[in-house]
Ligand binder design. Structure first.
Ligand SMILES: [Zn+2]
Length: 295
């Protein structure tokens, strides 16, 4: 999502949504409330994209009588907030307004951007539109009151960002209850935001810690903390990890799949000790790890 955010930011920030539409489902229908708003800075929390919406034009104090007459009083914050989660199969893309239907796009985006999978559309004042396509509808595109994530519990309970000071070895260690396997806790998003199955396997391999560990001592917590930061920063630098259901916002494949040292390499030699990597299912998730050098 960070890769996508960076790609979309320059094309969206400051644009006014002239009209918008959301698919008739609670997960998308409020997208139509974005109409008449200027898009603020694109932010990311975990796998969520957050965009402040500032009422464009004169009558911004329709509900807030204390907003004053300045049109651009950013200090008062946003009027609404757009929250997008890609789910399993969601895609965001900025296309020219005349690209109709989006399924006509050729190349790698191809079949994924079919008109019948369009769930939200935001027509911008520069002739382009932001579209959100989602085949399986596990994603979301909703407009909420700023900061009101009560309808989005996963977002509301999200742990610290991996590159923030709030994510520390101490916090990582303290957050482990001992009741769940370490890998499962790591993917829970409450300890730290942004670690999915791939990066959990990578970080555990890198730190030499077995996925089934329950608790960590200070030294191991520090090693895992370092590994999580390294793995996630590498992922962003490489444009995200490309898997069958992932494309970045321009449709290009990320290159990080070529950097993976553990995930997807079951049966191949461990790059550290040379033994074959094992594959197990842990709490329902496929897990690759080295039974020899992860303790
Ligand atoms: Zn090994």
């Amino acid at each position: 999502m960070e890769t996508i955010r960076r790609q979309l930011a320059s094309r969206l920030e400051g644009r006014v949504v002239e009209s918008s539409w959301g698919f008739a489902s609670p997960k998308f229908v409020t997208a139509s409330d974005a109409t008449g708003h200027r898009l603020g800075e694109l932010r990311r929390r975990g796998k969520y994209l957050l965009v402040d919406l500032h009422r464009a034009g004169g009558c911004r104090d329709r509900e807030h009588g204390d907003d004053g007459e300045h049109e651009d009083d950013g200090e008062h914050g946003a009027d609404r907030e757009l929250v997008v989660h890609l789910g399993m199969t969601g895609r965001l893309a900025v296309l020219h307004g005349t690209d109709q239907p989006p399924g006509n796009l050729t190349g790698r985006l191809g079949s994924e951007l079919r008109p019948e999978h369009l769930r939200a559309r935001f027509d911008l004042d520069d002739g382009h539109y932001l579209g959100f396509w989602d085949l399986r509808r596990f994603g979301r595109a909703v407009v909420v009151e700023p900061g009101d994530h009560s309808g989005l519990p996963t977002l509301a309970n999200l742990g610290p960002e991996p590159f923030s000071p709030e994510f520390s070895p101490e916090r990582l260690r303290a957050g482990l209850s001992g009741r769940k396997a370490l890998k499962t806790s790591l993917m829970d998003q409450r300890l730290v935001a942004g670690v999915g199955n791939i990066y959990a396997d990578e970080a555990l391999w890198l730190s030499g810690i077995r996925p089934t560990a329950r608790r960590l001592g200070p030294a191991r917590a520090e090693a895992l903390h370092r590994a999580v930061v390294e793995v996630l920063s590498g992922a962003i630098g490489n444009g995200g990890t490309t898997l069958r259901d992932y494309r970045d916002a321009s449709g290009a494949e990320g290159s990080n799949q070529h950097q993976l040292r553990c995930y997807g390499r079951a049966g191949q030699e461990c790059l550290r000790c040379g033994r074959p990597l094992a594959h197990t299912v842990l709490d329902g998730r496929g897990t690759t790890w080295c039974t020899n050098c992860q303790h």
